[in-house]
Write a protein that binds this ligand. Sequence first.
Ligand SMILES: Cc1cc2nc3c(=O)[nH]c(=O)nc-3n(C[C@H](O)[C@H](O)[C@H](O)COP(=O)(O)O)c2cc1C
Length: 376
Amino acid sequence: MRSGRAWQNNHIENGGHGQPTVAAGAAAIEWVASFQENRRSQNVIATEGIRIMKILIVHAHPEAKSFSSALANTAKNAFTAEGHEVVMSDLYRMRFNPVSDRTNFTTVKDPEYYKQQVEEAYASDNDGFAPNIETEIQKLEAADALIFSFPIWWFGMPAILKGWCDRVLVYKRVYGGPLLFENGIGKNSKPGLILMTTGAPENAYNGHGFDPPMEKIMTPIQYGVFWFNGFTPLEPFIAYAPAQASEAERAVVLEKLSGRITGLFDEAPLRLPYLADFPDFGPDSKQRYMVEVQLKGPVDEGFREKIPAEVARLAEHKRDGKLLCFFRHSHEDWRQVRIYLEYRAADGTQLQAFLEELPLYDRLDFRVRELDRTKL
Ligand SMILES: Cc1cc2nc3c(=O)[nH]c(=O)nc-3n(C[C@H](O)[C@H](O)[C@H](O)COP(=O)(O)O)c2cc1C
């Protein structure tokens, strides 16, 4: 037996106004049953050596036939086929109310002045979250992986998903105090994955297009939501412009997603800075370096052969948080070629070690400058 009973899909109705209903209470009870079932699953792990993961997919698309919904369902099916347990918070089907206000709570700390974090801290201590919010918090707390599935809307997530973040990621119980970044509820080990569709094509977002680079656009989610809460962000899975794609092309994307889900827990996450690197919430204790790179000689066959490995190693350095920025100035004359790398390293010795990892290290000249931390 590979898995226990899959989580029940909890469609918590709140009347669209954040008012808890009987359905929400029933779902919470079902959730507790699911926890007990999961504990039995842990025994399966112990006896058979298979790790069953609990996956929370928070899905935000109003149309069940959309490609975004196809991505969410494909991920769900692929996880289930692996024996994992999936719960999907399908926010539109749940009619999740994104408006964050006093309806988040059954308790009141200060009736005169609404300060959300004060009320969240009080509700955390007094079991004071509205049932529909409590249910979502419990799903989050139980999850071994957190997945956000949505179409990009105005360079971000749809309001319904933002509202889920605003209402469910609560101060004190979910984040704050010791619960931040590598010490957050994601425990610096639970993956966070974005499944996203776009209207614009990939080249709009690759750093040379009419939109900002995708990495920048994803920062509020990757850094501000996942990593802030200790979930380790994975490379987002983005389906660019599915509306322009043929059926066959879309099938290939879904196939690719299934394949990725299969190996998801073996993926190396993006390494974002640890809070420990910023003593007393002050500036980064690591240094920044600008490395200017020149070729030592003309590009021959031996050089060319190593370029793919060089590019792959630079991508690894970027993923691992060592390389922050990369700029290339190409030129027909090898003497004019310049590459600029911004590195983050503890000191010059560590930087040197990073550079020596590059397959083309012997063929390149490096000029290193330590960047000034003070404002100019
Ligand atoms: C309110 C709204 C805002 C949008 N903003 C963007 C945007 O910022 N960037 C973009 O590439 N597409 C944008 N789009 C297009 C959608 O992302 C696109 O239609 C969707 O991802 C296609 O996937 P779907 O068929 O699953 O909906 C927007 C669409 C809507 C309705």
